[in-house]
Design a protein around this ligand. Structure first.
Ligand code: KIV
Length: 294
């Protein structure tokens, strides 16, 4: 095959979204680090995060200037055909995270620890996070849970692995929730969410995802933390926003959650392309003279 691997297509910084160039440290071609993320919070700068599950798509986002990509366990339902994130394994995350790292040269790549990879305790978390750092080359890991995951976060951070935490709705507990309820509604639940966010900050997390949280509560959490909050269904006042890329680009089939904004209609575009190719092949129009060798 003569195709060029995405990793060899170095991102052209002139194509990056102007709003996020600062996070890259001007013209620097190094990767974004957790120190850049901390500095952005101090400067009051917002930043975008997208999920990515393969090298080619990640290279497009890298070139567009997306400073942080999450190889999320959302790969389960968005990429691997599972019903939820629950069945995703360490092997699957490691292989896909390595591909995303190979496809990028500037973004900070965060690898998700899947369900069952850290719940046993801090030592199990360290073993699996170390695997993601060494085998896939990620710059940070993410895990779910507030107070309940503080021990795991503490050991990873003490061992030199940056951790992004995740509170509010935590998809790996979907079976316990019995659905996708908004979290932190009511005084008691709001106080618990604030305690969870504080606990992961105190444990050393460099950022925290807030998922499905009322906008007013997310704003309060964001004001009360010195680490950035990354909102998904958590209103406009978080320091950063994350979307699952297939939702953002309109590739996901069926209904998407209310918080999703679709910036493209890739499902239609790709379907149209596939139908046009099929018509050309059946009609004898492809390959044409210019596609043939003699
Ligand atoms: O796995 C994932 O993609 C996530 C984001 C939705 C934050 O956890």
């Amino acid at each position: 095959m003569t195709h060029v691997s995405p990793a060899r297509n170095l991102p052209d910084s002139s194509k990056a979204a102007p709003a996020v160039k600062a996070l890259y440290g001007g013209k620097s071609s190094r990767r974004v680090t957790v120190r850049d993320i901390a500095a952005a919070k101090e400067r009051g700068e917002r930043w975008p995060m997208l999920t990515a599950y393969d090298a080619t798509t990640a290279s497009v986002f890298d070139e567009a200037g997306i400073p942080v990509m999450l190889v999320g366990d959302s790969m389960g339902n968005c990429h691997l055909g599972y019903e939820s994130t629950v069945p995703v394994t360490m092997d699957e995350v490691t292989i896909l995270a390595a591909a995303v790292v190979r496809g990028t040269s500037r973004a900070l790549i965060v690898g998700d620890l899947p369900f069952g990879a850290y719940q046993e305790g801090a030592v199990q978390a360290l073993r699996n996070a170390t695997r993601l750092v060494k085998e896939a080359g990620v710059g940070a890991v993410k895990l779910e849970g507030g107070e309940r995951s503080a021990h795991q976060i503490e050991l990873l951070v003490r061992s030199g692995i940056p951790v992004m935490a995740h509170v509010g709705f935590t998809p790996q507990s979907v079976n316990a929730y019995g659905g996708h309820p908004v979290q932190g509604r009511g005084e008691e639940a709001a106080q618990q969410l604030l305690r969870d966010a504080k606990a992961v900050q105190d444990a050393g997390a460099f950022a925290v995802v807030l998922e499905l949280v009322p906008a007013e509560l997310a704003a309060e959490v964001t004001r009360s933390l010195h680490i950035p909050t990354v909102g998904i269904g958590a209103g406009p006042d978080c320091d950063a926003q994350v979307l699952v890329w297939t939702d953002m680009a309109g590739l996901t089939g069926g209904r998407v959650p209310r918080f999703v904004k679709q910036y493209a209609d890739l499902r239609r575009t790709l379907g149209d392309a596939a139908r046009a190719f099929a018509d050309d092949v059946v009609g004898g129009h492809y390959p044409a003279e210019e596609h043939s060798y003699h």
